[in-house]
Design a protein. Structure first.
Length: 129
């Protein structure tokens, strides 16, 4: 979640003063690196780690408290946007099996908890049990 790193980034660039109702706040990898260069741990300053926010729980507190999310625009450029950037996927409460050789699919008990393992898995071969 990297709360300290994102707090510093938000403070350095006055992100919370930005008017998100007009435009997203655009931030670059270079700006993130510059803001976090004094942190010791790789996870506190590495852009790819800081910007990996694949699910709601991955966001730093400053994003959660201010209802913001991070959206990659292109390599090295991100938009901080007001709103809900995540989608819940309701899966049926069944176990799924994969009929094709070379991979498997497992589901978690959480909503949207699907994990693909293997290569070239086609969803057309899935059946619910």
């Amino acid at each position: 979640m990297h709360n300290d790193s994102w707090k510093k980034i938000f403070d350095d660039y006055d992100i919370l003063k930005h008017d998100f109702s007009k435009t997203p706040f655009i931030i670059t990898a270079e700006q993130i690196k510059k803001s976090t260069h004094s942190f010791k741990n790789t996870g506190e300053k590495e852009v790819r780690i800081l910007c990996k926010q694949d699910c709601r729980q991955d966001r730093a507190d400053v994003f959660i408290k201010n209802k913001l999310f991070l959206l990659p625009i292109k390599n090295g450029t991100f938009a901080i946007i007001k709103g809900e950037g995540y989608l819940d996927i309701d899966l049926p409460p069944k176990k799924w099996t994969q009929r094709k050789v070379g991979g498997s699919i497992t589901t978690g008990s959480k909503t949207g908890g699907v994990l693909w393992m293997g290569r070239g898995i086609s969803l057309s071969g899935l059946t619910g049990i």
